[in-house]
Design a protein around this ligand. Structure first.
Ligand SMILES: Nc1ncnc2c1ncn2[C@@H]1O[C@H](COP(=O)(O)OP(=O)(O)OP(=O)(O)O)[C@@H](O)[C@H]1O
Length: 647
């Protein structure tokens, strides 16, 4: 179209001026169009209705011309009445068509955002845990939620502006039909106003992306600080004035950007309104002279003036189109960026199902591992609150080196070793949170990478040290492991986990809400709930990270009994912090510096006098015991065998 700047061109130009924050990746428009394809039926109806509506827009000035020339000037009241009624009827039809357009535009806009949202959430669900360890939750949520709300609004408005484009074309055609001179003057005038408009569009584009980023960053920060753990940390260690200064700084940025966006958006409208007024004055100036000289009729002048009013209306609407197109493209681009992140852990198309009714053996064969680097799993824009940022191509060290390990079916393997030795990493590989960099992890003789996700989840159950509970009732938290579980099964699991007595004593029993992340429960209670959740799931492989937190002897004994039930007849890999667990283990594997240093039973390893014996004695020496003490209670924690004996 002659009078409209290319939106893509304006965006690219804007990107050139400020490459980082405002650049839209090449191909974004093409990908957006792909999302429109499923809605092509609705779009076709929309275009037909838009054309009909625009035809009404251009028909009215012609009717007015007839009223003046054939009715008023010829004193024909019947023609005046008839044409006036027709004009009114068209105005009503126009209103109804506009309503229909708004409905269809809304349906298309919402439909596209729905598709994009479902795709994006589904994709994020498939991303590896490494992605979540690097990404700031609030920033991610902002991108998936706030951005998409903005997109759907902008998208509907964008479609509405399309009707404006059709009107502009038809109005210009009619202008030429009525007076080529006025039409030419209009055509010359419009580009003069488009120059400042293109500039305004670029500024709006830059500010839109900046505002999305600052908004997401602030949301991320608030989410981090205003959850129970964040709030607690901030109260204990935080510096409220500095933190407040940070919030103020970000809010100030938002305020500045917001003011700029309002001013520049308004400026676009002002330019358009000014153009309309100047063009009308020009029409009456030039056209008035032409009427006086008898070149054209008064009716034509009225029609021209009306038409010009109808031209600048849609152009004004189109000026919003640029800003809306920018919002849509920027938001889509940000979601596409996320969709382009490849999930590192995928289910094979020919994945096999592991029979999980009997406990399988676990085997590590020459496994080495390093955590994936930021470039492989994350996006710099999702780590924006991290001070100092990250280095591109940042290499990560090898955490496990040539680990070979065999845990026979139905046995308990205790993992011990200094802090940072790689024990948790080893267990992460069994639940396939990560895949080894080299070597193979097998469960039941099958490579984990060959298993279907469903059977892997069914087979392997995990109880981590830091129990995570949703802000929901105890019942729902437990049933998360098996939504089909009946009430008596839930109770049975609670009894097995030694937590039923406590639940029964609560006024609301299983309907007690546990609080954000289970904050209303003690450490021991939370771990027992986690064990109940595991029992409900009844996996044949258990990966357990024992709590290191000190429990009183009563909860200590309860957790110990719960564990005994949880581990019975299962193949288990336990990061052991309690002597009783270590002593009950069929084998103890000592991990040190990413490798297996020793393995054997408690007695064998003590007799060997190696690292295990050293850790064991150091620990008891530290706690004032003589090495014989643990025999007595058997349930005492091995206080940071890890930390104190560490490297
Ligand atoms: N998500 C991660 N990304 C990168 N490196 C990690 C990650 N998690 C752990 N590491 C590193 O891997 C090494 C092994 O950590 P791991 O948690 O497996 O040790 P651990 O033996 O379980 O220690 P602890 O007893 O203290 O829990 C450490 O050097 C740690 O810094």
């Amino acid at each position: 179209m002659v009078m409209m700047p290319s939106i893509g061109g304006a965006l690219r130009a804007g990107g050139g001026a400020d490459p980082e924050p405002s650049r839209i990746s090449p191909g974004t428009s093409r990908r957006v169009i792909a999302y429109l394809r499923p809605h092509s039926g609705k779009i076709a109806v929309f275009v037909v209705v838009a054309v009909l509506e625009s035809l009404i827009v251009v028909a009215t000035p012609l009717l007015l011309k007839q009223i003046v020339d054939e009715g008023i000037l010829k004193h024909d009241s019947k023609t005046v009445t008839l044409l006036a009624c027709l004009t009114a009827g068209l105005a009503v039809l126009d209103a109804l068509l506009q309503l229909a357009l708004a409905y269809i535009a809304g349906a298309i806009g919402q439909g596209v955002s729905y598709d994009l949202r479902i795709r994006a959430i589904g994709h994020v669900q498939r991303l590896p845990v490494a992605f979540f360890t690097r990404t700031q939750t609030g920033v991610l949520v902002g991108r998936l939620h706030t951005d998409l709300i903005m997109t759907q609004q902008a998208f509907s408005q964008l479609l509405m502006a399309v009707t404006g484009a059709v009107s502009v074309v038809l109005v210009m055609a009619e202008l030429f039909y009525l007076s080529w001179l006025v039409a030419l003057i209009t055509l010359v005038l419009i580009p003069l106003f488009l120059i400042p408009w293109v500039y305004v569009g670029r500024v709006i584009q830059r500010h839109t992306r900046q505002s999305m980023e600052v908004n997401a960053g602030l949301a991320g920060l608030l989410q981090e600080r205003f959850n129970v753990q964040g709030a607690m940390l901030s109260k204990l260690f935080g510096r409220p004035h500095e933190e407040m200064a940070e919030y103020e700084d970000r809010s100030r940025k938002l305020r500045r950007i917001g003011v700029n966006v309002v001013v520049f958006s308004r400026m676009a409208f002002i330019i358009m309104a000014l153009m309309a007024s100047l063009a009308t004055a020009l029409t009456y100036g030039v056209g008035g002279g032409l009427v006086l000289s008898g070149t054209f009729q008064l009716g034509t002048l009225v029609a021209l003036a009306t038409l010009l009013g109808r031209l600048f209306g849609p152009i004004t609407q189109l000026s919003g189109m640029q800003a809306n197109a920018v919002i849509v493209l920027v938001s889509f681009d940000r979601i596409f960026e996320l969709l382009d992140l490849k999930p590192l852990i995928e289910e094979r198309s020919d994945a096999v199902v592991l029979r999980s009714d009997t406990a399988p053996e676990i085997e590590f064969e020459d496994v080495s591992f390093r955590y994936p680097g930021a470039d492989e799993v994350s996006l710099p824009s999702l780590e924006q609150n991290v001070r100092g940022g990250r280095e591109p191509g940042e290499a990560t060290p090898e955490v496990l080196r040539h680990v070979s390990l065999h845990a026979p079916a139905g046995t308990l393997t205790a993992l011990v070793g200094p802090s940072g030795a790689g024990k948790s990493t080893l267990t992460h590989l069994v639940s396939r949170l990560y895949d080894p960099t080299s070597g193979t992890v097998r469960v039941g003789g099958l490579d984990l990478r060959d298993l279907s996700f469903a059977s892997l989840h069914e087979t392997v159950g995990v109880v981590s040290q830091d129990t995570y509970l949703f802000h929901d009732t105890i019942r729902e938290n437990l049933r998360y492991a098996r939504p089909s579980a009946m009430e008596d099964e839930v109770i049975e699991a609670c009894k097995g986990a030694q937590i039923w007595d406590l639940i029964e004593s609560l006024p609301r029993g299983l309907d007690t809400v546990v609080g954000d992340r289970g904050y209303r429960l003690s450490g021991g209670e939370k771990q027992r709930l986690a064990i109940a959740r595991l029992l409900l799931k009844a996996p044949s492989v258990v990966v357990l990270d024992e709590a290191t937190a000190h429990l009183d002897s009563e909860s200590e004994a309860a957790v110990q009994r719960a564990l005994r039930t949880a581990l019975r007849d299962r193949t288990s890999l336990v990061i052991a912090h309690r002597l009783s667990t270590i002593r009950e283990a069929d084998q103890i594997v000592v991990i040190d510096d990413g490798g297996v240093r020793e393995r054997g039973t408690h007695e064998e390893l003590l007799a060997e006098g190696g690292l295990y014996a050293e850790l064991y004695h150091t620990q008891f020496a530290n706690s004032g015991g003589d090495g014989a003490a643990p025999e007595g209670d058997g349930a005492g924690p091995v206080p940071q065998m890890a930390a104190e004996g560490g490297r």
